[in-house]
Design a protein around this ligand. Sequence first.
Ligand SMILES: Cc1cc2nc3c(=O)[nH]c(=O)nc-3n(C[C@H](O)[C@H](O)[C@H](O)COP(=O)(O)OP(=O)(O)OC[C@H]3O[C@@H](n4cnc5c(N)ncnc54)[C@H](O)[C@@H]3O)c2cc1C
Length: 140
Amino acid sequence: MTTGKTALILGGGIGGIVAATRLRQRLGPEHRVVLVEKEADHVFSPSLLWLMLGRRLPGQISRPIAALAKRGIEIVRGSIERIDPAARTVRVNGAEIAGDHMIVALGAEFAPELIPALAQAGTTSTRSPGPNRYAPRWRN
Ligand SMILES: Cc1cc2nc3c(=O)[nH]c(=O)nc-3n(C[C@H](O)[C@H](O)[C@H](O)COP(=O)(O)OP(=O)(O)OC[C@H]3O[C@@H](n4cnc5c(N)ncnc54)[C@H](O)[C@@H]3O)c2cc1C
């Protein structure tokens, strides 16, 4: 019978990646660290500012989430549809995943439409917008 526990980490953003890597470093191999993320790549949000100015390319501020597997972190790629905090289970791609401990690091939902006229007045960048989408506007 295994004595290992499963740490379920929801979200592969800054908080989720730090939690997963630190736990993996500290926990013995009998324990599992499972990270659930809907995107293929982690985008380092603070560097979006450099991307907007054309000082970085998208590939310079993102890394594949799958690379964490090399560190012994199990990756589940998919969108979390439901969280049951009492049972410590999540539904991902229609399947239930259970953990002994759960860290929720799903970030924030941006809602620029709630601020009148914001969309007309400016641009919000919360994910990689593609190569230098904003740079020409900033240069003018
Ligand atoms: C332009 C910009 C500049 C910033 N600059 C700074 C700075 O200089 N210093 C600073 O401290 N902070 C800065 N921040 C804020 C910082 O990026 C956030 O505080 C930080 O990313 C929050 O980390 P998090 O792990 O909570 O969420 P996030 O990093 O947003 O990660 C959440 C993750 O959850 C995933 N996710 C969400 N919903 C689901 C779902 N249903 N299923 C599966 N996965 C899901 C997302 O894809 C994402 O990968 C900046 C943010 C932006 C946008």
